[in-house]
Design a protein around this ligand. Structure first.
Ligand code: CP
Length: 324
């Protein structure tokens, strides 16, 4: 059984294959009939123990476009609130016969546990676990960067070698930052983290990236600047940075954006806290790819599901079948 637990598990060739397959899936999304028969008769469960808008909805859209039977499970309103364990929940799903589980969980390591426990015989896809990993977010971010910085057609088969990516903000609590550092390094990009010292994890100095505390100095040397949300829900209230102090040092406003190279892009995984890490002026500008990232997330999740579950048929052949 194959799983997607961490961006760190992907080789360069794995990652480029997923990005190239996502380009094929994006062509399906551009058609009047957006469906492929690839996962007909297969059942995918979206198992969400933590809140989500983008990831949950885009996985569901991806599964439906691949014709899977979709079961949505949210911990709120389930027997988890009565104390049911992950093991019992997994065994309940196993009894119903599922082929893949997309799991978001507040505990780092929960998807790995599910994949290796033997509780369930299904492909496990990590949709974000604690502060650990969010591999499909890193893949959709890399897809967005490759399209914008290399080119939609010229990017096929390519990685992000030499691209300078700056990730700014609450790295300490960010599974998005960890996944991106891992994947971008694998794809040959040069990554710089910019964060207040209190929001950098102990050990980040050993990660395959540079660290800076001076956003203004790094911006002119960035091809993409990825802003992170300050995750107050994972912080002790005593350690909240004030909005004014944080945005003064680490927020992206119009003046700062003007320091970036002309073609450089601004990214945000969402949800955004406008006024804290990014101003409305920047978020709504043509240089911000936040909405594009969401659209690209459907293509990436279709590609991951197709490659994990879809068998050996090439996607393009199957899409032609649907067209005829
Ligand atoms: N980027 C992201 O994971 O957003 P959601 O929490 O809304 O899924």
């Amino acid at each position: 059984q194959r799983h997607l637990i961490s961006a760190a598990d992907l080789t360069r060739d794995d990652a480029v294959l997923i990005l190239d397959t996502a380009e094929e899936m994006a062509r399906v999304a551009d058609r009047p009939i957006k469906k492929l028969p690839t996962l007909r008769g297969r059942t995918v469960v979206n198992l969400f123990f933590e809140d989500s808008t983008r990831t949950r909805i885009s996985f569901e859209a991806a599964e439906k476009r691949l014709s899977a039977d979709v079961i949505n499970f949210s911990a709120k309103g389930s027997s988890v609130s009565k104390g049911e364990s992950l093991k019992d929940t997994a065994q309940t799903l196993e009894a119903m016969g599922v082929d893949a589980v997309v799991i978001r969980h507040g505990a780092s390591g929960a998807p790995y546990r599910l994949a290796t426990s033997g509780w369930i015989d299904a492909a496990v896809i990590n949709a974000g676990d604690g502060t650990h990993q969010h591999p499909t977010q890193a893949l959709l971010d890399a897809f967005t960067m490759r399209r914008r910085l290399v080119g939609r057609d010229t990017g096929l088969g390519q990685d992000l070698a030499g691209k300078r990516i700056t990730i700014v903000g609450d790295v300490l609590h960010s599974r998005v930052a960890r996944s991106n550092v891992d994947l971008l390094h694998t794809l040959g990009a040069e990554v710089t983290l910019v964060a207040p010292p209190t929001l950098l994890p102990v050990g980040a100095s050993a990660w395959p990236c540079e660290i800076s505390y001076d956003l203004d100095a790094v911006l002119p040397k960035s091809d993409a600047v990825m802003m992170l949300r300050v995750q107050r829900e994972r912080m002790n209230a005593a350690f909240f940075p004030t909005e004014r102090e944080y945005s003064r040092r680490y927020g992206l406003d119009g003046d700062r954006m003007a320091r970036m190279p002309e073609d450089a892009i601004v990214m945000h995984p969402g949800p955004m806290v406008r006024g804290m890490e990014i101003t409305a002026e920047v978020a709504d500008s043509g240089r911000c790819t936040a909405i594009e990232q969401v659209a690209n997330g459907v293509s990436i999740r279709m590609a991951v599901l197709y490659l994990l579950l879809g068998g050996n048929e090439p996607a393009v052949t199957q899409s032609r079948t649907t067209d005829s």
